[in-house]
Design a protein around this ligand. Structure first.
Ligand code: ASP
Ligand code: MG
Length: 442
């Protein structure tokens, strides 16, 4: 028997009707002879609603209590879904993250999974139940506090459970048909990627593609879990994220939307396509530290300060200052949410490091083109800059990896930049406009 882990995002279980629809789909899978573990997110936008509620009673809710509150969202959907399944005549049992054996560290709001001990899930399956697990949550190893894994964390729960149970596939059901060459809400001519490797998917996720959380892809790669991202609103084959062939039992069958011809077409495309997709990110801000003494140790002092506040720095640029000889300006990007914290920390070391002042800019956008084919193709970068210049997009910062080029632009022209890059790499498709079924992209 194959083990299938299926994760349903908030937009797939937004209301009673959706829950019933999802329950039907789960029951079909169970009746096809699979052992089914389901991971659910909170219904619709209820996590946001809970955050709003917390903020109404306290501007800075204690992290432990906020986590306790937020895990309630997933508890509601898991129980309701189990009821809907029971109503269809299959037996289901729901489990909190803690009951499912999701053990984490104790960083409230962004806990990391350190172990998964799915004994109770395994025995529920052995007894013939569909096991439903609340996503996005766990229990800390030492103090046994309830934790959450960070926004969008249910994907990671699903992959972690799939790894621990040695599942054949982890299906991530969302409100789009899979991973697209760009966000279909911005680029209507974007098309679905049929297959993508872990490394490219990690770069896409790290660059702002929201369909999968970065940590979930890292996890999938580490444990070689094949991930199938697909829509809960259609029967179409979605995107397979894997470095191996698609497991036999789950290959597209006749009658599904990806006939053999489409598959072989993909194979030939895989050789040609240098760029897999264009990702964008509006969630970062730019900090510029003006007038840093140009002597060894200053960059170290700055980035140690950021590290000590647990802020993840993304792009870094250092420039000779135009203001004074012997001084340099250092710019970097960071999550906008960490902006205030970063400014505070920098202010505290201003005199000891000896810089002039700090500028903060949250009106930036980042565009990234990702493709494993870049490694062996010179000239890929030039195509991007040519396209951006034609679209009158001014570039502020640039960074690259082996398989990615990222640029920072003004936020208000980011959409134009994404469309220009997508077209320049020949990714626009003429047919099949991308379908967006829900509203949230989760
Ligand atoms: N409900 C949580 C969130 O909205 C977790 C998830 O959806 O994966 O972030
Ligand atoms: Mg959600």
């Amino acid at each position: 028997m194959s083990i299938v882990v299926q994760k349903f995002g908030g937009s797939s279980v937004a209301d009673a009707e959706s829950v019933k629809r999802v329950a039907k789909r789960i029951v079909e899978n169970r009746q096809a002879g699979h052992e089914v573990v389901v991971v659910v997110s909170a219904m619709g936008d209820s996590t946001d609603d809970l955050i709003d509620l917390a903020q109404q009673v306290s501007p800075m809710p204690p992290a432990r209590e906020l986590d306790m509150l937020l895990t309630a969202g997933e508890r509601i959907s898991m129980a309701v879904l189990a009821m809907a399944i029971a109503n269809l005549g299959e037996e289901a049992q729901s489990f909190t993250g803690s009951q499912a054996g999701v053990i984490t560290d104790e960083q409230f709001g962004k806990a990391r999974i350190i172990d998964v001990t799915p004994g109770r899930i395994r025995s529920a399956l052995d007894q013939g139940y569909v096991a439903i697990v609340a996503g996005f949550q766990g229990v800390s190893q030492t103090a046994k506090n309830i934790t959450t894994l960070g926004r969008g964390g249910s994907d990671t729960t699903a992959v972690a459970l799939a790894a621990a149970l040695d599942a054949d596939v982890c299906e991530i059901y969302t409100d789009v048909d899979g991973v697209f060459t760009a966000d279909p809400r911005i680029v209507p001519s974007a098309h679905k990627i049929d297959e993508i490797g872990y490394e490219e998917m990690m770069e896409m996720a790290a660059s702002g593609a929201k369909v999968l959380m970065l940590r979930c892809v890292e996890y999938a790669r580490r444990y070689s879990v094949p991930v199938h991202v697909r829509s809960s609103f259609s029967r179409n084959q979605g995107t397979w994220v894997t470095d191996s062939p698609i497991p036999e039992a789950f290959r597209p069958t006749q009658g599904s939307k990806a006939p053999a011809a489409a598959v072989s077409e993909t194979e030939s495309n895989m050789e040609q396509a240098i760029i897999s997709g264009v990702a964008h990110d509006r969630s970062e801000a730019k900090v510029t530290i003006v007038g840093v003494p140009d002597v060894p140790g200053k960059a170290a002092a700055i980035f140690n300060t950021m590290a000590a506040t647990e802020i993840n720095i993304d792009m870094i640029v250092q420039n000779i200052s135009t203001r004074e000889p012997g001084k340099t300006d250092i710019s970097f990007t960071l999550p906008m949410d960490d902006g205030a914290k970063a400014l505070e920390a920098l202010d505290a070391v201003k005199t000891s490091i000896g810089f002039d002042h700090v500028r903060y800019d949250d009106q930036i956008g980042k565009l990234s083109v990702v493709g494993a084919g870049m490694r062996s193709h010179p000239g890929v970068t030039a195509i991007l800059f040519e396209a951006l210049s034609e679209a009158q997009v001014n570039i502020d910062m640039i960074s690259t990896s082996e398989i990615r080029i990222s640029v920072v632009t003004r936020a208000d022209i980011l959409d134009d930049a994404v469309r220009a890059a997508h077209a320049a790499y020949g990714l626009d498709s003429e047919d099949d406009e991308a379908v967006v079924y829900g509203g949230t992209g989760r």
